[in-house]
Write a protein that binds this ligand. Structure first.
Ligand code: F6P
Length: 483
């Protein structure tokens, strides 16, 4: 890290995440361009960052390139470089082939490599150093997600004056699973460097607190953990759930645009006007239960409980982590299943499954949500699942059915969805039929209740609640309106 880049930097609020809210892109002449990646987190934190003289620290999405800090859309960006080897060992390896499967209840077997761990430590240190250099005295630093679990402790050691928060976007597993991790003490200790550790579900926070007791024997009372420092003085660390959400009003605004509604009608027509459109939208990831969904649909077609004239399944599977072997295998398996099902059941006029291995702009996603009569979220394990919330936010017409896995964080809040256990294929098939056949009154009753919930806890509320907890009762972080 070059010291000279940080001489003038003194930010009161820092967000630290593996990926920046902008992605590197190369222009036609080889020049650097920055593409916004308009995730929910960016929308939520943008106003906070602007009002609080904040900066965002993270990786640009490209290896072996160093960039100076810059401004993008009024937000200060501090890029952290990763080498090609670190991309392989820290990101694809330890983050996405060790922690990811482990934290998602070992749906796929985690791989443990000591070199990957060493790279994870090195990269976490680089992020912590970047934050330590950029933070003003007493600044608030909010670290995001499982790729950076060691950063809170590293930061506290170099900058004890800082207020440090951490939010884990994915599940935290039960101790029986977590304890497989050879570096289980280091990771928990890394997180305990924070003042507030946020999780998606109460169950995740409970799993973490139990891991703390088992590994360190620290006293815990509800969501407070007593963490002794080297001098024996005790720090109170809060570990509790803060379910993340979306910019609900933003999604609804797009859904109300006439051109987006016209696009939804066009999508329906281009599919041959089936009576019912079922939709799946996922990163192509083995946690999402895409295979289970396809199997259930295939059997419904085989059993003639559904027909391709009646029902089309649109499956958007956006490319993800394509250099990790488990993801490659998954893609092959899914594409084989889609090919077989289409071969067996499609007609010239009606496709069983419209499979799209692409990411799409938000407007196109909203049009798909509006076109979908049934939204299928069948994840085997998912921290939250924002697709479920996006679908609900878009359905201002109070129509559409959300079929939702019990193993998503979203199912804690979205109780009026048709809840399913995706491992139970017969149960899943029955739930799909129930969703397709649900009468309009029942659909509206459920959708109204779901929409109320998503509006009440939107992403601005999520970040405000977290930051209020972090900066102490009554003390509001700069720029955060009281809710
Ligand atoms: O929360 C899950 C998460 O891993 C985020 O940290 C990340 O931004 C997103 O999914 C997409 O994953 P990736 O950054 O590995 O493409």
């Amino acid at each position: 890290i070059r010291d000279d880049l940080y001489v003038d930097a003194a930010y009161d609020m820092l967000v630290v995440s593996n990926r920046l809210p902008v992605d590197y892109d190369e222009g036609p002449g080889g020049e650097t361009r920055w593409k916004s990646s308009p995730g929910g987190l960016v929308t939520a934190l943008e106003p906070v960052m602007r009002a609080a003289d904040g900066a965002w620290i993270g990786w640009t999405g490209v290896a072996d390139r160093e960039f100076d800090p810059f401004e993008h859309d009024g937000i200060s960006i501090i890029p952290v470089p990763l080498s090609a080897a670190e991309l392989e060992e820290y990101y694809e390896g330890f983050s996405n082939d060790t922690l990811w499967p482990l934290y998602h209840d070992v749906i796929a077997p985690p791989t443990f490599h000591r070199e990957w761990w060493e790279s994870y430590v090195r990269v976490n240190r680089r992020f912590a150093e970047a934050a330590a250099r950029a933070a003003s005295p007493g600044a608030v630093v909010w670290v995001q997600d499982y790729q950076l679990q060691l950063v809170p402790r590293m930061l506290r050691e170099s900058r004890p004056d800082l207020v440090i928060g951490f939010f884990n976007h994915i599940p935290f597993p039960a101790y029986g699973i977590y304890s497989q991790l050879p570096w289980r003490r280091q990771v928990v200790d890394g997180l305990l460097g924070a003042d507030v550790i946020g999780f998606q579900r109460a169950a995740d926070a409970g799993n973490f607190t139990r891991a703390v007791r088992r590994l360190f024997g620290y006293a815990t009372r509800g969501s407070v953990i007593d963490v002794p420092d080297a001098t024996g003085e005790v720090r109170h660390v809060v570990a509790r759930h803060f379910p993340i959400s979306i910019d609900a009003a933003g999604f609804e605004e797009i859904a109300r645009r006439p051109e987006v509604q016209a696009r939804a009608r066009e999508i329906r027509e281009s599919l041959g006007n089936p009576e019912v459109i079922m939709l799946g939208v996922d990163r192509l990831d083995y946690t999402k239960g895409i295979r289970h969904r396809l199997k259930a649909f295939g059997e419904l077609l085989r059993d003639e409980r559904m027909s391709v004239q009646g029902v089309t399944l649109v499956q958007v599977a956006s490319p993800s982590r394509e250099r990790v072997e488990t993801y490659r295998q998954l893609r092959d398996e899914i594409e084989l299943m889609v090919g077989r099902l289409n071969g067996d059941y499609s007609t010239l006029g009606h496709q069983a499954i419209a499979y799209l291995h692409h990411g799409y702009p938000r407007e196109e996603m909203v049009a798909l949500y509006l076109a979908a009569d049934v939204m299928l979220v069948t994840a085997l394990r998912d921290g939250m699942n924002l697709v479920a919330k996006e679908y609900v936010a878009c359905r201002f017409d109070e129509d559409g059915v959300l079929l939702l896995s019990e193993f998503t964080g979203a199912s804690d809040e979205l109780r009026q969805a048709v809840l399913v256990n995706p491992h139970d294929i017969d149960g899943l098939k029955d739930a799909m039929v129930e969703a397709v056949e649900m009468p309009r009154r029942e659909r509206s009753r459920r959708m109204r209740a779901l929409r109320r919930r998503v509006r009440e806890n939107d992403v601005a509320n999520w970040s405000a609640t977290f930051l209020k907890t972090l900066t102490g009762a009554g003390i509001i972080a700069p720029g955060i309106p009281e809710s």
